[in-house]
Structures are given as structure tokens and as C-alpha cells.
Design a protein around this ligand. Structure first.
Ligand code: HEM
Length: 272
């Protein structure tokens, strides 16, 4: 990056400032880390391998068109959370900041390190936003998950299962997506609990005046989306079983798949 005069580890202070700010008693389950992870994913998950557009390069969610996509409802909390970090380290691009913050979030919650590299640039126009409607719809099933992750973004089935394991953290908000509740009992800790619960809990349809979702039969405290339940079917299920048994394998595969996600459509550059 040409603007940088700083030392090779210039991101260390940025990482520390992000991590220090995550805990917050007044927000959700006490941390901004899950919603920041979701920002990194939604900034990247618009990539289309055939059209070669979308992806994290550009940080186009700063513009109204993409910011107001209903799929991105609630992500303003993550963007605003990062504003003071951007103000302090003004040399970093939003595109780098958002993806770096997602990686810091994973690590901060006890997950694997991700070999993030910088060099993304911010695009300067509303018209640079990718077409809306590319992010997955939790109300749909297996074919949709395959369409979005395998056909459009170019992930393998195994990488797809690893990525969706991020639902081990965070929660759904009725006023954002319409769905409600956390996936696990410890939504600020990154682990393989999502897969264990998916396999071992008796899931029943939630009886409520809201979109179709599943809750645990006993207390109705934790939840799954229809797309999460689709992972119980092949070709996904074998990997759910693998990751439920082997957390280290999940961490290794998540780390690699998440790196691939945040690199989609990012112009080649020399290592920062
Ligand atoms: C089929 C694919 C996916 C669907 C349909 C989906 C859908 C959703 C929905 C509906 C929510 C709740 C939003 C809200 O109400 O605030 C959510 C939250 C979340 N998703 Fe996903 N997601 C998918 C894949 C992923 C992937 C690949 C990642 C990351 C690698 C991810 C990370 C998260 C996180 C961390 C949250 C919690 C956010 C918070 O606590 O505010 N999701 N997702």
C-alpha cells in the first residue's frame, strides 16, 4: 500500500484497539464480536465468480444501496462500532478494517487465527455496489445453500459447512432478520458447539407469529434456521459429523475457508 509509512507490523495496534473495544455489557450478549464477524462475511459474501464482482474489496456497504439491503439489517452496529478505530488509524481502508476486524473477532472469541493480509481499497461510488439479493436467505433449504456457496462463490461443500459453523456465535434479532435467538448457549465463544447441537438436540418448529425456524424441544432457548437444518442432509452432513467430533479440524478448515471468503474478488497484491 503506497500510503503507508508505518512499520511492517502496523496492524498490531489496530488489532489491539479492535479487540479491546469488543466487550460491552450494554450490547447483546456482552460483545460486539459476533456482529463484526457478520459484517466481514456480508461485505465478502456478495462475490460472484462468473461476473467477477462483489466481494470485500471496495467496502461498498458504506453506500446506501448496499447498507439498506434488508439482508444487511443490523450491520450498522458493526460499522459504527468500527468508526472510532477508523478515526484513530485513518490510513487503513474500510475494506481492510472490516475484514481484519472479522478475523480479530474470531480469534478474540477463542477461535483460530486467520492469515489476513491487507491491501484492499475503498471504491468511491454508490454505483460500485454489487447487485442486491446475493446473500443467502435463511428461510430456504439445501439447494439454495449450494447455489450461493458452491455455484456462485466457488466454495467446496466442506468449506461451506465450515463457514456456516460461524453460527456458533451471535444471535438472530427479530427486528433485523425476523428470526430470533442464539444458536448456542455460549454465543460469544467460538467453538464447534453449533455442529454438536445441530446433531444432538431434538429440534422442533417454533410456534410463533414469525418466520419458520427451529428451537430446542425442551426450553426453546436456542435456535436453528432452515438453512442450518439443511446441513443435516447430504452432501453436508458428513462434514457436520466430522466437525462435531473434531474441533481442531473445524478450526483449521474454518480459518482457511474464511481467508478464502475475505479474499474473493480482491485484486492481487504483494504481501503487506
Ligand atoms: C446459508 C448461509 C447463511 C445464512 C442463511 C445466514 C443467516 C443469518 C441470519 C438470518 C442471521 C441473524 C441476523 C440478525 O437477525 O441479526 C445471521 C447471523 C449471523 N451470521 Fe449468518 N448466515 C449464513 C452464513 C454465515 C456465514 C458463512 C457466517 C460467517 C462466516 C455467518 C456469521 C453470522 C454471525 C456471526 C451472525 C450473528 C450476528 C449477530 O450476533 O449480530 N453466517 N446469519
Amino acid at each position: 500500500m503506497s500510503t503507508s509509512q508505518a512499520s511492517p507490523d502496523k496492524y498490531t495496534q489496530v488489532r489491539e484497539d479492535i479487540a479491546k473495544a469488543f466487550p460491552n455489557e450494554d450490547y447483546d450478549d456482552g460483545s460486539f464480536a459476533p456482529v463484526v464477524l457478520r459484517l466481514a462475511w456480508h461485505a465478502s459474501g456478495t462475490y460472484d465468480k462468473d461476473h467477477k464482482d462483489g466481494g470485500s474489496d471496495g467496502a461498498t456497504m458504506r453506500y446506501k444501496t448496499e447498507a439498506e439491503d434488508p439482508a444487511n439489517a443490523g450491520l450498522e452496529h458493526a460499522r459504527h462500532f468500527l468508526d472510532p478505530i477508523k478515526a484513530k488509524h485513518s490510513w487503513i481502508s474500510y475494506a481492510d478494517l472490516w475484514t481484519l476486524a472479522g478475523c480479530v473477532a474470531v480469534e478474540h472469541m477463542g477461535g483460530p487465527h486467520i492469515e489476513w493480509t491487507g491491501g484492499r481499497r475503498d471504491k468511491g461510488n454508490e454505483t460500485d455496489c454489487p447487485p442486491l439479493g446475493r446473500l443467502p436467505d435463511g428461510a430456504l433449504g439445501k439447494d439454495h445453500v449450494l447455489d450461493v456457496f458452491v455455484s456462485r462463490m466457488g466454495f467446496t461443500v466442506q468449506e461451506t459447512v465450515a463457514l456456516i459453523g460461524a453460527h456458533t456465535v451471535g444471535r438472530c434479532h427479530a427486528d433485523r432478520s425476523g428470526f430470533d435467538g442464539p444458536w448456542t448457549y455460549n454465543p460469544t465463544r467460538f467453538s464447534n458447539q453449533f455442529y454438536k447441537l445441530l446433531l444432538n438436540v431434538t429440534w422442533v418448529e417454533k410456534k410463533w407469529d414469525g418466520p419458520r425456524q427451529f428451537v430446542d424441544e425442551d426450553e426453546g432457548e436456542i435456535m436453528m434456521l432452515p438453512t442450518d437444518m439443511a446441513l443435516l442432509e447430504e452432501p453436508f452432513r458428513q462434514y457436520v459429523e466430522l466437525y462435531a467430533k473434531d474441533q481442531q479440524k473445524f478450526f483449521d478448515d474454518f480459518s482457511a475457508a474464511f481467508l478464502k471468503l475475505i479474499e474473493l474478488g480482491v485484486a492481487k497484491r504483494s504481501k503487506m
